[in-house]
Design a protein around this ligand. Structure first.
Ligand SMILES: O=C(O)CCC(=O)C(=O)O
Length: 244
């Protein structure tokens, strides 16, 4: 057991749980300079197996989200498959786990934009049968109030699914009404290597990055087997032995 019973209780009560130093800070410091090159690399030569959204799609100088980040950053692929990660995911959603996605959230210094309040289920509801997923946001840079760390509306998952509105931002197509002050929320600051695990129904969002410090995080999302309508497309990461 990686999470204690008390931590598991907090996850179910609050909708999220912070795990300090899921990865080593030193490993994140190796990763940071590699990510600096990604904006230019993706603007000039984006592989087919990743998908980028840009802060400004005309300029293409700052990536906001890079979907399938494990295909371009080996270290992220290793973390996605690591026991440190999967042992916790298993505690949270059980031992039949598929990879859903790995996504870099590159909230660049001075350019990184507001993340509208939303439940991940708002996006995921159309192709998934039930809100059983778990998402893990790993901090690569320090994530602080100033550079737009994630904020959670504690306990909001208990309301169940909420209707989302269509939005016109480049990276976020739906969300809940209201700016940063629309909800009273926990501001979750993370050091490099810290991670926060959260379920698909908790309301979360984050402020723009007006600071001089990047706030790069990677989100690793997992689901249970047979929960996605195209389940066969997803890599099985762990599967409980079936006893006859
Ligand atoms: O980049 C952020 O702060 C938001 C991340 C997020 O909302 C998500 O991955 O669902």
């Amino acid at each position: 057991m990686v999470l204690t019973n008390q931590e598991l209780h907090r996850f179910h009560r609050d909708g999220y749980i912070v795990v300090r130093q899921l990865c080593k800070r030193a490993d994140m410091e190796v990763l940071q300079p590699k990510l600096d090159c990604l904006h230019e690399q993706m603007a000039t030569n984006q592989p087919d197996n990743v998908n980028c959204s840009w802060e400004d799609p005309e300029k293409k100088n700052r990536i906001r989200q890079l979907m399938n980040s494990e295909n371009v950053v080996d270290e992220l692929d290793q973390i996605l498959h690591s026991d440190a990660m999967l042992d916790i995911v298993e505690q949270l959603i059980g031992s039949n786990i598929v990879k859903f996605h790995s996504k870099l959230m590159m909230k660049a210094a001075e350019d990184g934009s507001f993340t509208p309040w939303h439940q991940d289920w708002g996006y995921w509801q159309y192709k998934h049968r039930e809100p059983k997923q778990v998402n893990c946001m790993l901090a690569i840079d320090p994530a602080t109030k100033e550079n737009g760390c994630i904020r959670f509306v504690r306990g909001s998952h208990k309301q169940g699914p909420i209707d989302h509105k269509d939005f016109q931002t480049h990276s976020f197509t739906i969300g809940l009404e209201g700016g940063l002050d629309a909800y009273e929320a926990d501001i979750v600051e993370l050091a490099p290597g810290d991670a926060v695990f959260f379920g698909p129904l908790i309301i979360h969002g984050s402020a723009p990055n007006t600071s001089k410090q990047h706030r790069r995080c990677n989100t690793f999302a997992f689901d249970v087997i047979n929960n996605h309508v195209d389940d066969h497309q997803f890599e099985v990461l762990r599967q409980a032995a079936v006893h006859a």
